[in-house]
Each structure stands twice: as C-alpha cells, then as structure tokens.
Design a binder for this molecule. Sequence first.
Ligand code: AHM
Ligand code: MG
Length: 326
Amino acid sequence: MHFEESFMNFILHHQERHDRTYHFLILMDALISAAKHIQYYYLTGALKGNLGLAGEVNVQGEDVMRMDQIAHEITIHYLRSSGRVIHAVSEEAEEIIEMDTKGGRYFVYFDPLDGSSNVSHGLPVGFLFGIAKRNLDGPEDGHLRAGKEYRAAGMFVIPTGTFTIALLDSGAWRFHIDETMSFVKPLRVMLPENSKTWELSFNEANRYTFSKRVQAWIAEKERKYAFRYLGALAGDFHRILSNGGMFLYPAIVNHPKPEKNRPHGKLRLMYEAAVVAFMCREAGGDAVDEIGTPILEIQPENQHQRTALYVGSKPLVDEIAQILQT
Ligand code: AHM
Ligand code: MG
C-alpha cells in the first residue's frame, strides 16, 4: 500500500524544525476544517439546491442562503473556536470581526468564496486567506497590515480539492484532497523559468477598457502566449503558479460608460491581491499594482480597499512594472 504525507504532518514538522509554537497549528487546523466544510457543502449543494441565489427555495423547502454567506459563517465558526485569532477581516463582512482580543495572536484576512459568478454552475471557486501576527511585545497594534507582514497565505480551489499554501521564507506548497478528505502529498511549487508554458489570464471582455499602454503590452504578447480565464482568481492563479505567465486585473479607465470605470481595479488588496502576491513571491514570482508598486508593499488604509493586480513570472511582472512606472 502507498500512503502520502498529509498537510497536518507536513506543518507539524515544519513548526518543529523551526522551533515554533503550537498556536499556528491550531489556526491551521481551523482553516482546514473550514475548507473541508465548505468543500462538502459546495459538492452536495447542486443536488440539494443550495447553489442558487438568496431568495430562492431549495428542495427541502428552506430558503436558500447565499453560498458565500454560508462559507463566511463556516469560516467564522472555526476561526473563533480556535481561540487564536484577534481580529478577522472577511469579504462578506463590512466591519472587522473581533474574536479573541486578549489571547488571540493572529489577524486573518479571508475571502471564503471568491469567484461568485461560478457558483450557480458548480464550477471552481476559491477560499483565500492571509495571516499576519499580532505584535506580542509592543503596544496593541492594528489589523491593517501590508502583505510583506503576512506570515502565511493560501488558497483552496473548491470543489477541485487543491490547496496551496506559502509559508514565510519557506516556499509555496501544493496539496491534493484524498478519499478521506485529507490534504496530502506536499509538492513545492516554483514558477517555471521556461516561457514555453506561460499563459496570460485576464478578462478579455475588458481589454479595450484598460489604459492604452496596457492594451499595447497585451497586443505585443498575444501571439506569444495562450490566454486562459476561469473567472475565479484561485483557479486562474493556480494555473499561473504551475505554468508561469501572468494573471492581470488592470484598472478600468477607458470604459465607454465612464461611470463604470474602476481606476483602482476590482480585486481586494488584503484578502485577494496580497494573498496571491505572497504566494507568488514564495514561488519565485512577483506582483505589482497599476503604478508598478509591489503589491506586498502597499499599506492598506481600509480592509476592503481595491487594487489593480499584475501577478506572475518575474520577467513579465518586471516588464509591465517598468511600463506602469513611467
Ligand atoms: P468576487 O469576490 O465578487 O467573487 O469577485 C472576485 C473575482 C475574482 O475571483 C476574479 O478573478 C474576478 O473577480 C472576476 O471578475 P470579472 O468577472 O470582472 O472578470
Ligand atoms: Mg472575492
């Protein structure tokens, strides 16, 4: 018989090797439990009629809750019971969520179900999270942390069953869900240097709304790289981590209806862009915003602030950063 190493075994050894406390393990256990719960709910959701829109009724005659709200509540439950979280920030809650303000050690930023346009089709969505640590020695500190202060960041692709996590200075690692619902088989993820497999991932319907220089850059690349777009950041970024290339969600500045412009982009800094930027850095890549500032350097002023995002293989990110900075 053949057995694969589980994520829990991997992370226990990681903590032991680095002489770390058990607190992070308890937090990880909470996140894994939440992901499995969401995974199960999502997998069975289509049959039970739970992937519909709020306001609909499922096969049991109950009102359907929005799937992203369910995922939010599941995650809050597990994070709160871990007793290790001081404050959480969720895409699904306007305010910060206070948890264990005395004993909590970590800030957790998460989007429990990203890629909502895929939900009613049962297609892949993501559960993204970033973790920063409370300043244990100094005065009480705030939750608005730049990505460079994250200790770990990760994403589950649901219901595909893959989990990728990056640990500060220890690389990005991918796991697959097995028949016992354990995430197993650690695989170090590094962006490939050979550009043969590189891809560009962006919403092509928006192409002519990007700035002229971004449009020109895309036009220059289009014969060289395949375009791929699922519409859920975790799935799209998963491909980029394996194949290399770049995921981009640029600022929308040339929309024919100016009120539809999004000069700050669409994605959220703290629980979308910084999460993938952190993972990308640990996999040898990089990420910048619309003016070429590294995503991990941006100091958030608001937990829900948006940013444009260019994330992927370093040579491509360096190239676009140079264009954006001028
Ligand atoms: P959501 O948080 O409303 O689900 O939106 C975030 C998603 C990302 O996962 C994805 O990369 C992008 O928004 C897709 O947006 P669009 O439909 O404009 O291409
Ligand atoms: Mg989202």
